[in-house]
Every structure is written in structure tokens, then in C-alpha cells.
Design a protein around this ligand. Structure first.
Ligand code: HSE
Length: 439
């Protein structure tokens, strides 16, 4: 059988999973590729580090030149995390005539234009299914399978670590710290988990998806984002009482006024598919004008789900599918984008608000007066009686609103927290209405 030599650069969690699939399941890859994907080299920084995967003699090396100078190695899985040396290695591999597969979404979100231009200029290609939602094949679906559609909206749970933390807090009553430590132990979190929990990782993935689905050229750091790092158990409990769960939602919706983009903890009604996504799972709900509603669900982090996507890309690259789509899709090309990004202040939404208020006459009237002046209509309110055993002078007040622009909701909260009867910080979150395409 024909043999295509391949290599891996970076033998961490994902790299080891890729090696395992190539070595232990070569029959599978050969059946789908019509050729053997032969693991010729695996490049690591430190040869002496203990490794979980056994490699055949001669495969492990700490010299990238072993790959760069071997013209028979055609496809390389570049699995170094972070921006540098990942970017430099990627450019070196392309210069050396390799087609590259990567799982590094931060690298693409930051340097996608440079890397893709470079690959195009050299007649090479880059495949990156594993960069967004790990094992869930969302890149191929959005960029190829749905290409007959105008995508109207895309809502995703794109960070497995955040979803794991929120699920454990909500279902098991764990503290935020305990849930994060477990997510790190299980290997879902990035080396620096701040990117997971502050919404940056999800924003990087959303920037890539927005590029593919809508042709939007947006820097991930320009996407308004709030993470789950300050999420309070009290809000999970109130949301539950109201019939909702809280999820970190990456939102993209194309309307006449432009493309809405945001990443934020969001209330979703029980029973809606995104509300039921648990643990480290990712999910993406997509609406296309021809296909209607689609829902993708699976593991977006972890060794083997991510390796599954990387190896599929290696097969597609080896057989010549990726080079064709890479050329025709013109990803990150210099072509002007005519997509207007809608200012987030204009974005309409329903809101959940929580205030700590003095428990005395006239307080509610002051708050509802401000909501009325800012043209926010109240959908429901929760205020529980204070515990009769305690001596609390204040209580929690939770308000759900009807739809209003983001700017009006923010203005109302800014005014309410200044009232002398309100103490501490307010909480404000969006409420997601899942609109079905058939409506
Ligand atoms: N750290 C990411 C997550 C996985 O938790 O979803 C890689 O993108």
C-alpha cells in the first residue's frame, strides 16, 4: 500500500493522542486514506521527559530539522500550544514544503492572516478542525457542508473547562475553585486557565467561526466578552428557580443592522438543547437559511477527542482534500469583508439582574421607576422573605426583563447601583431565546 510519511511536532496531551491513533490504529487511517500514514518523526523539546506513549525506535527527536530536511515527510501535525515558538515553527514547516495540521486556536486567532497568506503564497495548506470545539467537526461543517446556506445564527458552548465548572457548581454545589482544580486535573484547561474562564478562549474560537460562517474579519480581542470567573452560586440557584441554567454562550447572529458577536454567561431555559450540555462537552447550534436548525454536540477538549480531529485532518491533507478546499475557501484572505459588526450597545436582549437591596418601604418603587425611565419592561421578580432567625437588613432582588437594547439595560443597572438603598455590585446577564428557524 502507498505510504505517506507524516510527523508530529509537540508530544503533549494532544500529540500523544495523535501518535496513539496513528500507531495503534493504522488500519483505520489506511482504510480511509487509501494509504498508510507513516509516523516518521515526533519532535519534542526534551528527550528525557517521561512519555505515556511508546514510539518505535528512531521516531522521537529533539531536532526540528529532522522534519524540515526530509522531503518525504509531507504532512505535519504542529501541536505546540501558545503563540511562540508555534508561529515560527509553522512558518518554517510551510517554507520547507509541508502541509500543516494544527489544533492551536490561539495561534490562528492571532496570526491566521499571516499564516494563511504564507501558506497560499507557497501553494501549501493548513487544516485546523481541532482548533474549535475539539472533536466536534464544526469547522468542516460550517466551511464546507453548509456552504449552500446563509448562516443566520450560531450559538456555541465553546469552552469545555467553563462548562465543566458551571455544571459542577450547578449540579453538585461545588465551589468555583474546586471545579476549576478538577478541570485542570482532567486535562481540559489550557496551561493558563485564565483564558478558559475569562471568555478569551471562547472568543478566539468564535472569531474563527465568525470568519468562516459570515466572512467577518474580527480580532478576537474586539469581541465583547465576560467569563464565568466571577459567577456566584446564588445566580445559578436563582436561575434554576426561574427555570433556566447559566452557560457561557458564544453568540453570533446576522441581522439587518449587522453581525452581533459576544461571549457571556447567559440564562437558557431548561429543555433547550444548549441548556442540557453538561460537563466538559461543547455544543454549537447553527441556523442556515436552507438547512434550518442544526445542533452539534460532543467533547471539545481532552486528548482523544482532539486527536480524532487532528488525524482526520491529516488524512484529508494526505489524500488531497484539504489542499483543494484551502484554495477555494480563501480563508483569512485579504479580500475585503462587507460584514458590519453591530455595536454591542444596540444588541437587543432580555436580562437577568440581581441587586442587594435594603428591606424597607419604597425600595422597589425606586428601582422600577428607573427601569421604566430606561424603557425596560419587567417580566418577573423574585424577592424572598429574609431568614427570620437572622438580622439581615437587606435582601436579594432578582429581576427578569423583557427585550431591550444592551445599552438601556446597562444604563439602568448603572443608575440602580448608585441608589443609597442598593449595596454592593449588581449582576446582569443576558437571557437567550432560542429562535427556531421555522418560526
Ligand atoms: N481549554 C479548552 C477548553 C480546550 O476547555 O475548551 C482547547 O480548546
Amino acid at each position: 500500500m502507498e505510504k505517506t510519511k507524516v510527523a508530529i511536532v509537540g508530544l503533549g496531551t494532544v500529540g500523544s493522542g495523535v501518535a496513539k491513533l496513528l500507531l495503534d490504529h493504522g488500519d483505520r487511517t489506511a482504510r480511509h486514506a487509501g494509504r498508510t500514514l507513516w509516523l516518521e518523526k515526533a519532535v519534542v523539546r526534551n528527550l528525557n521527559k517521561n512519555r505515556v506513549c511508546d514510539l518505535p525506535d528512531g521516531v522521537l527527536t529533539d531536532d526540528l530539522n529532522d522534519v524540515l530536511t526530509d522531503p518525504d515527510i509531507k504532512v505535519v501535525a504542529q501541536l505546540i500550544g501558545g503563540l511562540e515558538p508555534a508561529r515560527t515553527v509553522m512558518l518554517q514547516l510551510l517554507d520547507a514544503g509541508k502541509d500543516v495540521v494544527t489544533a492551536n486556536k490561539a495561534l490562528l486567532a492571532e496570526h491566521g492572516a499571516e499564516l494563511f497568506d504564507h501558506a497560499r503564497a507557497l501553494g501549501r495548506c493548513i487544516a485546523f478542525e481541532a482548533a474549535v470545539a475539539g472533536g466536534v467537526p464544526i469547522i468542516t461543517n460550517v466551511s464546507q457542508c453548509l456552504s449552500a446556506n446563509q448562516i443566520g445564527s450560531l450559538h456555541g458552548i465553546l469552552n469545555g473547562t467553563s462548562n465543566f465548572i458551571v455544571s459542577q457548581m450547578d449540579e453538585q454545589g461545588w465551589s468555583y475553585e474546586a471545579a476549576l482544580a478538577e478541570a485542570q486535573r482532567l486535562g481540559f484547561a489550557e496551561a493558563n486557565p485564565a483564558m478558559d474562564v475569562d471568555g478569551s478562549d471562547a472568543a478566539q474560537k468564535l472569531a474563527i467561526l465568525a470568519h468562516l460562517a459570515f466572512g467577518a474579519r474580527i480580532r478576537w480581542s474586539d469581541i465583547p466578552r465576560t467569563g464565568i470567573d466571577s459567577l456566584d452560586l446564588a445566580d445559578l440557584r436563582f436561575a434554576r428557580e426561574l427555570g433556566y441554567r447559566i452557560k457561557l454562550i458564544a453568540h453570533a447572529r446576522l441581522v439587518a443592522a449587522g453581525l452581533e458577536l459576544s461571549v457571556a454567561p447567559t440564562l437558557i431555559r431548561f429543555g433547550q438543547p444548549l441548556a442540557e450540555v453538561r460537563a466538559n462537552y461543547n455544543a454549537i447550534s447553527v441556523v442556515g437559511d436552507a438547512v434550518g436548525d442544526l445542533f452539534f454536540h460532543g467533547q471539545g477538549a481532552g486528548q482523544m477527542p482532539t486527536a480524532s480531529a487532528v488525524v482526520a485532518d491529516m488524512i484529508d491533507t494526505a489524500v488531497g482534500r484539504t489542499p483543494i478546499t484551502f484554495r477555494t475557501l480563501e480563508l483569512w484572505s485579504k479580500r475585503e469583508s462587507n460584514v458590519v459588526i453591530r455595536p454591542d450597545q444596540e444588541m437587543p436582549g432580555r436580562y437577568y439582574m440581581r441587586f442587594q437591596v435594603a428591606d424597607r418601604p419604597g425600595v422597589m418603587a425606586k428601582i422600577t421607576a428607573i427601569l421604566g425611565e430606561e424603557e425596560l419592561s419587567i417580566a418577573s421578580i423574585i424577592q424572598h422573605e429574609p431568614d427570620p432567625r437572622g438580622c439581615a437588613q437587606s435582601v436579594q432582588l432578582v429581576i427578569m426583563t423583557h427585550e431591550a437594547p444592551e445599552g438601556a439595560a446597562q444604563a439602568a443597572v448603572d443608575r440602580i447601583v448608585k441608589l443609597p438603598v442598593v449595596s454592593g455590585e449588581a449582576v446582569r446577564m443576558r437571557v437567550m431565546e432560542e429562535r427556531r428557524s421555522s418560526k
